[in-house]
Design a protein around this ligand. Structure first.
Ligand SMILES: Nc1ncnc2c1ncn2[C@@H]1O[C@H](COP(=O)(O)OP(=O)(O)OP(=O)(O)O)[C@@H](O)[C@H]1O
Length: 268
């Protein structure tokens, strides 16, 4: 299979604690009293790209947003089980949720730049953390924009409104905003679904670069994209984790008939 990038494959069954970024254990979610995720178990490897795939409504976004407690913004939310980040249950009562959401950053389907300058967008979270020293902010803004492959396009207009950027530039800007906080994990919810093919390719290259320092988990409807960029893939169906393995195996020799039907386009 044509892969955009090659990578060493670890066996998901033999991951050590050091190789594991997030461990999801018997995790179930109810929204408005209906079961949306049913006893999910998965170990997400560190500094790799893991894709979540499955037909609309299967629970991908719910699972993704459960990994940094974004799901709690939904009022009628209940869960059971555990999500361990570096061995710590993020649902423990003492968890600092604001800090968690900087450690586990999230980028949504539609870019959501704030109505302020490009520069201020990138340092938004840093300012909330009370960081004001200009030279440090300048350095972080430059590094984050470089890492998000946007620096060359915006370096001469850092103080222009972010809303003037194109859709693809805005998506890279919000990735830069997340990177400024040095996340350990970045959650991407269909980050390229609103973008053209060339910009999508830029973002895919960027995602691959990110794994040098960051664990990336991406929800995508685009099977080619999942096969191109991900090292591991999880197939969900009606709230169940049907199959989870390295992407080469899942996309070329799936174990389960349901997975095969989905990736060959028989449904979904
Ligand atoms: N607030 C809510 N109350 C009740 N059910 C909800 C709520 N939000 C989502 N759901 C249901 O939970 C299930 C999972 O939704 P989720 O958004 O996680 O699926 P998804 O796989 O990401 O779908 P898509 O690919 O369409 O974005 C769906 O059946 C959805 O209708």
């Amino acid at each position: 299979m044509l892969k955009l990038f090659e990578t060493e494959t670890l066996s998901l069954d033999d991951l050590t604690d050091e190789q594991t970024a997030i461990k999801v254990q018997d995790f179930s979610v109810w929204l408005n009293d209906s079961l949306v995720l049913n006893k999910i178990n998965m170990c997400i490897p560190k500094n790799k790209i893991t894709a979540m795939i499955g037909q609309s409504g299967c629970g991908k976004s719910t699972l993704l947003s459960s990994l940094n407690r974004m799901n709690e913004l939904n009022q009628k939310y209940a869960f059971s089980g555990e999500v361990l980040l570096d061995g710590r249950d993020i649902y423990n009562k003492k968890e600092n949720v604001a800090k968690l959401r900087t450690t586990v950053g999230m980028v949504f389907q539609r870019p959501n730049p704030f109505p302020m300058s490009i520069y201020e967008n990138v340092c938004f979270g840093l300012r909330i953390q009370g960081k004001t020293e200009r030279r440090m902010l300048d350095d972080i803004v430059e590094r984050s924009l470089r890492n998000a492959a946007l620096w060359d396009e915006v370096k001469d207009r850092l103080f222009d409104s972010a809303l003037l950027l194109s859709g693809g530039q805005q998506q890279r800007l919000v990735i830069a905003r997340a990177l400024a906080l040095k996340p350990e994990v970045l959650l991407l919810d269909e980050p390229t679904s609103a973008l053209d093919p060339l910009t999508t390719l830029h973002i895919e290259e960027l995602i691959n670069q990110l794994k040098k320092t960051t664990t990336v988990i991406i929800v995508t409807h685009n099977m080619q994209q999942a096969a191109r960029v991900s090292d591991y893939a999880a197939f969900l169906h009606q709230g169940e984790l049907i199959e989870y393995s390295d992407s080469d195996s899942l996309f070329t020799m799936p174990d389960k008939k349901q997975t095969e039907d989905y990736i060959t386009g028989r449904y979904g």
